[in-house]
Design a protein around this ligand. Structure first.
Ligand SMILES: Cc1cc2nc3c(=O)[nH]c(=O)nc-3n(C[C@H](O)[C@H](O)[C@H](O)COP(=O)(O)OP(=O)(O)OC[C@H]3O[C@@H](n4cnc5c(N)ncnc54)[C@H](O)[C@@H]3O)c2cc1C
Length: 596
């Protein structure tokens, strides 16, 4: 069986590209060293392989059921959850005082990669729980923290995030769920939420929903939105469930992928008795939720990258073992067939996958490192850069991860289209990622309409500084000089395009300026991934050029070749995109409803 993620690549990313050990200089992480990082990563990979991977296809084929009273999932999901909880990973990012491990986000993300690569659906439950716990920890009061967090850390409670409503998806400012103040200081929640992942299940004894709602009388729009903690079971002070809250499962949704995670429609307050507890201040719900969503967006990017990665590893393994056809210049029909990896076109599909998924994983690890630099290191610039990059971190892997899975299916030919091989499930699972946590279109508006211009474009300047540093380092290696030259041309194009769009937006041409935002998101994503490929190629040369081990020199050659592929084959597309963007092409904008 192929590895879920190449261990050599993971080691390279963690220790060479992003220097995890350097983080141990930060006070929060000073108890750690390379050994503790290696050991937690080994544990994560083992649990993922032993308890998540084996039921990935089974959970896909046996969706959770709802009999009108109770939800049931296959038993392996609960076993996997328990092993995850017992490993301490649910609270690993939290402080020692709170029972956590103070594990850097970088290392935690590396751990999470294995779970999602093994089984995205089952990994969804801990992902959501950790994000919800982070939010309570950041904005809840002491009573809320002591009542709810211990059970979320040891696996008795799971968490959800409940934003979407049947008629409210991308436009959250229009939400209709109400919160009515109650004399005991709490609120009564009333409304319906839809698509809520993990909204009901039979894995944990309680579920903590984080619900956004509008307090009666609050203004319309985002300023009127507050955040509420709504438990499935109301608890005593010790956090033990004592009484069913008025949150009902209205039904389960049936999906293309991620079929092992329950997707629920939830009714809050059908009996007018749904208890909700305000988190933080009124009217700040969406900004609190954005904290969770930003982390969730990095998580989505990471998930998309590693589902793509798993498909790549499967198709690579298949291509190495599938004999079919002969070289174009082989005339002898009796000659032995070659494995399909020998065909240039199959190598093209493998190289494209490698460039998308290893590039995407590097991007997500960069984001995780920036979280550490910002949160544990107090580096405000890291926070600014992270803010700028978040829409790209969410979107590039979500768009190119499924493309990688599509290519993996193609490499397997007919076998790829059958359920005998995991690549079709990878594709179906991964197809969710450009949709949830803010669609691709919404991310592009966030980037072009907001993130680029925050603090006078401070994030852009920081990004360019880092890019220049990489170009300088890469330019010293003869193998990379040509690529640096090509990259320089395209990064200049990105800068000119950004300037043109910036002045259009500043002069009030919002409709025209934002009309082709998805092109800009893709363009920026390509430039960032190409930068990371230069960086990886440069660091691989520095680390392995003088190594005598063939494994090292092959690894280095693979990184250089993938950088070459991405920069010469994929990146030049930005020129055409720049042309459409800077000419404010109106083809999509001017198309009329009744012309379709
Ligand atoms: C499997 C699954 C799990 C999910 N899990 C959760 C969860 O746990 N919690 C939760 O709260 N939600 C969850 N969601 C909901 C998800 O976040 C929404 O589906 C998503 O935000 C899009 O909302 P929508 O489906 O209503 O689409 P819409 O908002 O109707 O969008 C439809 C299309 O229109 C485009 N569009 C919308 N508005 C604009 C605009 N202003 N400008 C340009 N284009 C626009 C979108 O990009 C999209 O292509 C989940 C969804 C799925 C499918």
């Amino acid at each position: 069986m192929p590895q879920l993620i190449s261990s050599k690549d993971m080691d390279f990313l963690l220790n060479t590209v992003f220097d995890a050990e350097e983080l141990c200089q930060l006070p929060a992480y000073q108890e750690h060293d390379r050994t503790t990082f290696d050991s937690v990563l080994t544990t994560a990979e083992r649990i993922a392989t032993d308890y998540f991977l084996p039921h990935n296809a089974k959970a896909d084929a046996n969706e959770p059921q709802f009999d009108g009273e109770r939800v049931s999932t296959i038993p392996e999901v609960k076993t996997a959850w328990q092993h995850f909880a017992d490993s301490g990973l649910l609270s690993a990012r939290h402080s020692y005082e709170d029972g956590g491990m103070q594990l850097p986000a970088l290392v935690h993300s590396a751990c999470m990669s294995y779970f999602t690569a093994a089984n995205p659906s089952t990994a969804g439950y801990p992902f959501l729980t950790m994000a919800a716990a982070n939010l309570i920890n950041a904005f809840g009061n002491d009573e809320q923290k002591s009542r709810y967090l211990p059970a979320m850390f040891d696996g008795r409670s799971a968490g959800t995030m409940a934003l979407t409503e049947p008629d409210v998806g991308s436009s959250l400012g229009d939400l209709t769920t109400k919160a009515i103040p109650h004399e005991d200081g709490s609120y009564r929640i009333k409304g319906q939420k839809m698509y809520i992942s993990g909204g009901d299940q039979d894995i944990t004894s309680n579920i903590i929903h984080l619900v956004i709602a509008r307090i009666q009388g609050a203004p319309q729009g985002v300023k009127g939105i507050s955040l509420f903690l709504v438990p499935k079971f109301i608890t005593n002070e010790a956090g033990e469930p004592i009484q069913r809250n008025d949150v009902q499962l209205a039904g389960l949704l049936h999906k293309m992928g991620y079929r092992g995670t329950t997707s629920t429609v939830l009714s809050f307050g059908e009996k007018d008795d749904c208890h909700g507890y305000l988190i933080g201040e009124t009217g700040r719900g969406l900004s609190y939720m954005f904290k969770m969503m930003n982390e969730a967006r990095i998580g989505v990017g990471l998930g998309a990258a590693v589902i793509g990665y798993r498909g790549y590893m499967e198709s690579l393994d298949y291509a190495r073992n599938r004999p079919q056809g002969r070289r174009p210049d082989e005339k002898d029909p009796q000659s032995k067939q070659i494995n399909i990896i020998e065909h240039a076109d199959v190598r093209r599909m493998l190289l494209a996958q490698k460039s998308y998924v290893e590039g995407s994983l590097a991007l997500c690890m960069l984001a995780a490192r920036l979280v550490d630099e910002h949160e544990a290191g107090g580096d405000e610039d890291a926070g600014r850069l992270l803010d700028l990059l978040t829409p790209v971190v969410k979107s590039f892997p979500s768009f190119y991860g499924p493309r990688a899975n599509d290519l993996a299916i193609q490499v397997l030919g007919g076998a790829g289209y059958t359920r005998e091989y995991p690549v079709e499930q990878c594709y179906r699972d991964n197809r969710l990622n450009p949709i949830h946590e803010g669609t691709h279109g919404i991310q592009s508006l966030d980037l072009l309409g907001r993130k680029l211009w925050q603090e006078n474009g401070a994030g852009q300047k920081l990004l360019l500084k880092r890019i220049q540093k990489t170009m300088h380092a890469a330019g010293k290696h003869s193998e990379l000089i040509e690529l640096v030259g090509v990259y320089q041309k395209h990064i200049n194009t990105l800068m000119q395009t950004t300037l043109a769009l910036g002045s259009a937006l500043q002069s009030g041409k919002l409709k025209e300026g934002l009309a082709n935002s998805a092109l800009y998101l893709d363009m920026m994503g390509k430039c960032i991934i190409a930068w990371l490929w230069l960086d990886m190629a440069e660091k691989a040369i520095s680390a392995f050029a003088s190594s005598e081990a063939k494994e090292d020199t092959d690894f280095m050659a693979g990184k250089i070749q993938a950088a070459r592929y991405f920069i010469l084959w994929e990146l030049p597309e930005v020129e055409h995109q720049a042309h459409l963007l800077t000419s404010f092409d109106r083809t999509c904008l001017d198309m009329q409803d009744n012309w379709f």
